[in-house]
Design a protein around this ligand. Structure first.
Ligand code: NCD
Ligand code: ZN
Length: 356
């Protein structure tokens, strides 16, 4: 049992209280959509690592500072939510920018997108060897590299791209940079869970709720389901079970990262639909569903609220959030900043509800 988790039974309803959690991988976008989705995250999480894949990407400390100001100005009145900013690594990132990021204090990670791997990744990295000096600066400063771990070679099967990246790109990079801290983001395979488990303490991984709840059959159930399409794509059931095992193992190397990625309904229900699931609305309820179904609700707090701060060298949050074992139905759709979103599990019943 995690140190703080309290489960109490009141009037046959079960309530769980966990230290206020953080989301260690979140897409907020910008403008009206950002303002709209921010409240969904801020109602549950104290902090979130904000992904830099805007158009244009957040590649400099000054851009990250301006983006942070826009987020802070868009927060609901009274919210104490803290955005933890990141920089988007390119082959031209000057090592000095990373030293400045450390000095600035509000930048907590540098994101590696292999060019072409996912949404707004075209400005990303084609050859990681061209980033050696930037990675050295990361080693010096202790800022973690946050990795979208998929190769982009079209001859590699899409279901194998994560496992191939870990062996061909990440392992050699870890050998070249013995002090580099790495978060393998949104892991989706047994190989990734094992890679992180067998590595050194400088390695960690985030896990999404959708990869814990669904396998790849969900994308094709009765027809193509565009709202189940994300990257890295959902995998086989054996991989989902490995991810659940890792997330509920109690190991501090695994922590919560929703990868909540809002895309307008019509851009997902499209002949070439965008990748990304909108999970922020019910994030904790979705994770509770997965942990409870696997019989490890008592490990939810470590995963959601304790392991991430320990890896990032930040304090655990003050205060608690409560979940109650009372069913909640996810809305069929949401309007955020005037844009229609279809949340993950739209119209479906979840077993747990977040209490205000
Ligand atoms: C993310 C997005 O839409 O920005 N999409 C996704 O499928 N996860 C990008 C990413 O994290 O890959
Ligand atoms: Zn993401």
């Amino acid at each position: 049992m995690a140190p703080h988790a309290k489960i109490s039974t009141m009037n046959t309803e079960t309530i769980i209280a966990i230290k206020r959690p953080d989301d260690w991988h979140l897409h907020l976008r910008d403008g009206d959509l950002m303002t709209g989705v921010l409240a969904d995250t801020a109602k549950q999480f104290a902090r979130a690592i904000i992904m830099p894949n805007l158009k244009p990407p957040i590649t400099s400390v000054s851009q990250a500072g301006a983006y942070r100001d826009r987020i802070l100005k868009s927060l609901p009145v009274g919210s104490k939510f803290q955005p933890l900013m990141t920089l988007y690594l390119t082959e031209a990132t000057p090592p000095n920018e990373i030293l400045s990021a450390k000095e600035a204090g509000f930048i907590h990670g540098v994101k590696l997108y292999p060019a072409g791997a996912t949404t707004h990744s075209d400005a990303g990295v084609r050859d990681l060897l061209r980033c050696q000096n930037a990675l050295k600066a990361l080693e010096e400063t202790g800022i973690p590299l946050l990795v979208h771990a998929e190769v982009t070679d079209p001859s590699v099967d899409i279901f194998d791209r994560e496992a191939v990246f870990l062996e061909e790109i990440l392992r050699p990079a870890l050998d070249r940079h013995p002090k580099l801290k790495v978060v393998v983001e949104h892991i989706t395979t047994r190989q990734a869970a094992e890679f992180v488990a067998q590595g050194e303490d400088r390695l960690a991984a985030t896990l999404t709720a959708h990869h814990l709840l669904f396998n790849r059959n969900a994308i094709f159930q009765g027809g193509v389901r565009p709202h189940m399409y994300c990257l890295p794509v959902l995998k086989r059931e054996e991989h989902r079970l490995s991810l659940l095992q890792a997330a509920t193992s109690g190991s501090s190397r695994y922590f919560l990262g929703t990868d909540s990625a809002p895309h307008a309904r019509e851009t997902k229900e499209n002949a070439c639909g965008c990748a990304g699931c909108y999970t922020a609305y019910s994030a904790l309820e979705l994770y509770a569903e997965a942990f409870d179904a696997y019989g490890y609700l008592s490990r939810l707090e470590g995963f959601s609220s304790l392991h991430g701060p320990a890896f990032y060298g930040l304090p655990v949050n003050e205060g608690f959030v409560k979940l109650q074992r009372v069913p909640t139905v996810v809305p069929e759709h949401l309007i955020r900043g005037g844009i229609e979103l279809v949340p993950l599990c739209a119209g479906e019943r979840l077993a747990w509800s977040l209490l205000d």
